[in-house]
Ligand binder design. Structure first.
Ligand code: SF4
Ligand code: SF4
Length: 542
């Protein structure tokens, strides 16, 4: 449909290299022998393992539970046996290791029983969010933020527009384009579920105008749904038009505030693949255990998209696509925002959208000083001053980088791309962000330690004060008691005397021989009197 669009600042027209991986239909990648499932595949806390080594698991079974609110569970991508729970290398720019659950598959690919909710409109927003959380769904566009949280606007926040992001603006990556072509109905289903959870009026699906087939398939699917509240919009192909803030600006003309979120202006934005995962979770009861991955670049003979089980090693996919002699550099993601990986045995995780196999290193090996040409600023879609950020990040003046809105940088790489001095600007921004986060974490830890110390001091002082108060109270009581001591002695004496009198009376009573003389004959009375007389005489003689 025709809708008014707004222009974003900066950006670049880049060669797309998209067609090379879109020549064949997406197929399921073969079931690997080993699946490695990291406990942290999302933004937030790592999941907590709920299986042990040796356990048999079924496909779709939860094997690690969400640890906190900002966390999501992990599920077995196929049936088999847990053979290890250890640290392994995972997809991360730092090449770090993290705890993973390793499953040896049994080849049966046997599913756990799935609970379907075909009539999702009978469920309320909270029930839908719980289903989406328990299915382990995170943003599949790259960020990996738990999706159920974005479907919970929170008190005081009104959502009026839900946007599905199908822009996929980065070169080489085509997994979303293929998904829109092949699973357009599922995407619309997912959008309807999200709309129901948010109770939002207006929905927009945004597609770049170089993806005509995807657009057509979505339009066709929409006609089947008769959902007039959904607009499918073609937006100009420009990098990074698919950035969340840039897409919102293009579609609505609204700016997300600096350090703010789309929800602050009544908008929620999800990726098209996330919508499809939501549909699978709610309508089919299937958790997030697979995703479309683009395997492309000059380093593979048959670039294409594959439907891949989470946990599959990169190496198996690269081999499947025909790794060739040009395969020298491996990138997870695209050439602009992706990061290089050194170990291709790392597993596909929920946020793996593309494996780019390059023929040669793309980074120049010479870097020259900044000549203050200003080209970086002219292409920055966040309207930052990249050269200033670079100076301060390089000088480790992190306060200054924040003054220049470092955290508004979306790491799109446009500045690096145009810099005539070949300065790896984004690397400096990533470094600065990591350092700031680390410092904040350290501060948080020391704040917690200080609070603990202060609380301990408080507890000790309170205990001391309580002891003092108890002692004082006892002392006062004793004093009070000693003030009435004479009276107390008299009372005590009287009580003792009374007790002694009672004992004496009792003894006397006991010394009198029971008469038991009722109803006696005269003869018996006489005999008793004689016995008593004898006793008295005997006593007196003694
Ligand atoms: S583009 Fe490069 S050389 Fe030019 S101002 Fe920016 S950092 Fe400096
Ligand atoms: S990487 Fe950051 S500073 Fe550079 S152009 Fe993109 S948003 Fe601007």
């Amino acid at each position: 449909m025709t809708m008014r669009l707004w222009k974003i600042f900066g950006g670049l027209k880049l060669p797309g290299f998209k067609s090379m991986s879109m020549t064949q239909q997406t197929e399921a990648a073969p079931l690997p022998k080993i699946l490695t499932l990291p406990l942290k595949q999302h933004i937030g806390h790592a999941a907590e393992t709920i299986v042990n080594v040796g356990d048999k698991v079924l496909k779709g079974q939860m094997i690690a539970a969400a640890k906190d609110y900002v966390s999501t569970p992990i599920h077995a991508s196929s049936s088999g046996t847990v053979i290890a729970i250890e640290e392994y290398a995972v997809p991360h720019p730092s090449g770090k290791m993290t705890e993973c659950i390793v499953i040896e598959t049994d080849g049966k690919d046997k599913w756990i029983e799935c609970v379907k909710n075909a009539n999702f409109r009978q469920l309320d927003a909270s029930a839908l969010r719980n289903l989406i959380r328990d299915a382990g769904i995170v943003g599949l566009g790259g960020a990996g933020f738990p999706s159920f949280i974005k479907l919970n606007p929170g008190p005081g926040n009104m959502v009026n527009t839900l946007i599905l992001n199908g822009a996929e603006c980065e070169p080489y990556i085509t997994c979303d384009a293929m998904l829109m072509q092949e699973q357009s109905r599922k995407i619309i289903d997912g959008l309807n579920i999200m709309r129901h959870a948010l109770q939002v009026e207006r929905c927009i699906i945004a597609v770049e105008d170089n993806k005509r087939s995807a657009y057509t398939m979505l339009v066709n699917a929409l006609q089947e749904h008769e959902a007039e509240y959904i607009d499918i919009v073609l937006i100009p192909t420009l990098y990074p038009a698919g950035g969340e803030k840039q897409l919102i600006k293009t579609l609505t003309g609204k700016e997300v505030p600096s350090n703010g979120l789309p929800i602050n202006i009544g908008i929620v934005c999800h990726n098209v693949a996330t919508a499809a995962a939501v549909a699978s979770a709610v309508l089919e009861g299937k958790p997030l255990i697979n995703r479309y991955v683009t395997v492309t670049g000059e380093g593979v003979e048959h670039p294409r998209n594959l439907d891949v089980l989470i946990g599959t090693p990169f190496s198996e996919l690269i081999e499947l696509c025909g790794k060739n002699r040009k395969a020298e550099q491996f990138i997870m993601g695209g050439p602009m925002m992706g990061f290089e990986i050194s170990d291709i045995n790392i597993p596909v995780i929920k946020t793996t959208n593309c494996i780019l196999v390059q023929s040669k290193k793309t980074e120049p090996d010479f870097v020259m000083p900044c000549i203050r040409c200003g080209q970086c600023a002219s292409v920055c879609p966040a309207q930052l001053l990249p050269q200033q950020l670079y100076w301060y990040a390089r000088a480790k003046n992190f306060d200054k980088t924040q003054d220049y809105n470092l955290f508004d940088c979306i790491e799109c790489g446009c500045c690096t791309y145009v810099c005539p001095s070949h300065i790896p600007l984004v690397q400096y921004y990533r470094f600065a962000k990591t350092e700031i986060w680390a410092q904040e974490q350290e501060k948080k830890s020391s704040d917690i330690a200080r609070q603990r110390h202060e609380f301990r001091q408080f507890r000790m002082e309170r205990k001391k004060a309580e002891n003092e108060a108890r002692k004082k109270q006892k002392k006062e009581l004793l004093k009070k008691v000693s003030g009435t001591k004479d009276n107390a002695d008299d009372a005590k004496k009287a009580a003792i005397e009374a007790a002694m009198a009672r004992v004496k009376a009792k003894r006397e009573k006991q010394s009198i021989t029971p008469a038991n003389t009722d109803n006696l004959t005269e003869k018996q009375k006489k005999e008793i009197a004689e016995v008593e007389a004898r006793r008295r005489n005997a006593k007196e003689e003694n």
